[in-house]
Design a protein around this ligand. Structure first.
Ligand SMILES: NC(=O)c1ccc[n+]([C@@H]2O[C@H](COP(=O)([O-])OP(=O)(O)OC[C@H]3O[C@@H](n4cnc5c(N)ncnc54)[C@H](OP(=O)(O)O)[C@@H]3O)[C@@H](O)[C@H]2O)c1
Length: 352
């Protein structure tokens, strides 16, 4: 049966958390970390002292670190002996360097998706973590939600027969500001790195890892704005859409021999789903999220660190690398290049 335990309940010793960056997602996630019974918000780092101070005041963080002429706020945060684990909420383009720095300082890590820009960068980070003996987890929150566990149970129990086809859509109208990270190459902009983890999530759960892809995109500037991806599998298929130019239904549908499961919108943070059988009768299940839905991943990271594990069985390193390899392959096909990174698409002409 899907996990129904309160994710806020302590599972062991209290961990000191350091929050890296003060942007949009850091502001959403931090209250869910603070709500854990065995969490203490030790520090926050920012490029600017004013942002660090404001964030610390807003969320009750003990210490506010910022860049100065000698050191970055981030270097100061990872040097703080009371910080056990850092939550990294910078744009994707910064994740690789930031994680390597944290690992050198011996800190455990939860890093936002996309974990890195390339699979090679992900391998380098995880190898460094293995050598240093620190815990690292990609914060792909959807994986930790009780609804996902419940859907997985139903699929395994044969509720819709053998799954054969998955459709997953995630789209919204991106920011008008052209300097926003989503439109900037240096930040790993475009829809793919931001949302591939979500549209891949449901096909991967229902059908396994795809054996191949075909993908096309329409670009805005040098990054992907509207991408269509077909995933192929031995006996099944998936159609995925990622858009930064249109508001989509943000649904996922898993179709099997005997029925289908419709994951509620938005499918990366769904709180309900329906099961429709071959006669058309529909049953709905509700799986409300605690807080904003981030405490589940933070509970799992906390439990793993308390137990001395280096990775989580729910989001193992192997899956993070596999996901980055899939993104590399899709990006190679759509010809999106991030010049500051070791790039998979560099040698190919852009397709659009
Ligand atoms: N799990 C989720 O639900 C979810 C949702 C949205 C985003 N995300 C992920 O979270 C990460 C951050 O996204 P966001 O929407 O929070 O972005 P954002 O609002 O732009 O915030 C990113 C923050 O990173 C810091 N930063 C450090 N170096 C930077 C640089 N070179 N350029 C810009 N900012 C820099 C800045 O904080 P300081 O000014 O304090 O240094 C900035 O506010 C991305 O990887 C994204 O995919 C996850």
């Amino acid at each position: 049966m899907a996990e129904t335990r309160n994710p806020l309940e302590a599972t062991g010793r209290t961990l000191g958390w350091g929050i890296v960056a003060t942007g949009a997602i850091a502001r959403k996630v931090t209250p869910d970390i603070a709500a854990l019974e065995d969490a203490r918000l030790v520090g926050v780092s920012s490029r600017s002292q004013a942002s660090a101070d404001e964030f610390a005041t807003d969320f009750g963080v003990e210490r506010a670190y910022a860049d100065d002429d000698a050191r970055t706020g981030y270097e100061k945060l990872v040097a703080d002996p009371d910080v056990d684990v850092v939550y990294i909420a910078t744009p994707h383009g910064q994740h690789h360097a930031t994680m390597l720095e944290a690992i050198r300082a011996g800190k455990n890590i939860v890093c936002e998706k996309a974990f890195t820009i390339t699979a090679d960068e992900a391998r380098e980070v995880l190898e460094a973590a293995r050598e240093k003996g620190v815990f690292v987890m990609e914060g792909l929150w959807t994986r930790f939600h009780p609804l996902r566990t419940r859907v997985s149970e139903l699929l395994e129990a044969g509720e819709i027969g053998m799954p054969r086809w998955v459709q997953a859509d995630l789209g919204f109208r991106g920011p008008a500001d052209k300097s926003h990270r989503l439109w900037r190459e240096d930040a790993g902009g475009g829809g793919l790195l931001d949302m591939a983890c979500y549209v891949l999530h449901w096909p991967w759960l229902a059908l396994g890892r795809p054996t191949g892809f075909t993908a096309q995109t329409i670009k805005r500037g040098n990054v992907d704005a509207l991408t269509q991806i077909t995933g192929t599998f031995e006996k099944s298929a998936a159609q995925m859409t990622i858009s930064l130019v249109s508001q989509g239904p943000r649904q996922a549908v898993i179709s099997g021999h005997d029925g289908f499961i419709t994951i509620g919108s938005p499918m990366h943070q769904a709180q309900s789903f329906t099961v429709t059988d071959a006669r058309g009768s529909v049953r709905e299940e509700s799986w409300p999220l605690v807080g904003r839905g981030y405490s589940y991943e933070m509970r799992e990271a906390t439990r793993c660190i308390q137990e001395g594990a280096l990775e989580s069985p729910i989001m193992p390193w192997e899956d993070t690398i596999a996901q980055m390899e899939m993104i590399d392959e899709i990006r190679r096909q759509i010809g999106v290049v991030y010049p500051d990174h070791d790039d998979v698409a560099r040698d190919l002409p852009a397709k659009s």
